[in-house]
Ligand binder design. Structure first.
Ligand code: SF4
Ligand code: SF4
Length: 88
């Protein structure tokens, strides 16, 4: 699940532009604050990399934290399936 808090988002679209999986589109209409919100229309393509969440200057994005590889199993980095490859 990708949740974007409409009260926190200012529509900078950093999340849209950083997402390599092209998960977001931009709302066609502005909300009551005049913000064109990003919408996770292609959520199935999400890689759970967490980059959008980390980059958002207003902490307006929440992705499914259970899927963050760095948060899994007592913060055990070994959960990352690529960790052994990274370590060689
Ligand atoms: S990076 Fe954050 S503030 Fe900017 S558009 Fe995305 S959710 Fe909104
Ligand atoms: S977690 Fe990664 S892949 Fe998923 S929407 Fe954010 S930037 Fe895109």
């Amino acid at each position: 699940m990708i949740y974007i808090d409409p009260d926190l988002c200012k529509g900078c679209l950093l999340c849209v532009n950083t997402c390599n999986a092209h998960v977001f589109t931009v709302a066609k209409k502005a909300n009551k604050k005049g913000v064109f919100l990003p919408i996770p229309t292609n959520e199935n393509a999400c890689l759970n990399c967490g980059e959008c969440e980390l980059l958002c200057p207003d902490q307006a994005i929440l992705i499914d934290i259970e899927k963050h590889w760095w948060m899994k199993k007592d913060n055990n980095y070994a959960f990352n399936p690529n960790f052994s490859k990274i370590k060689g």
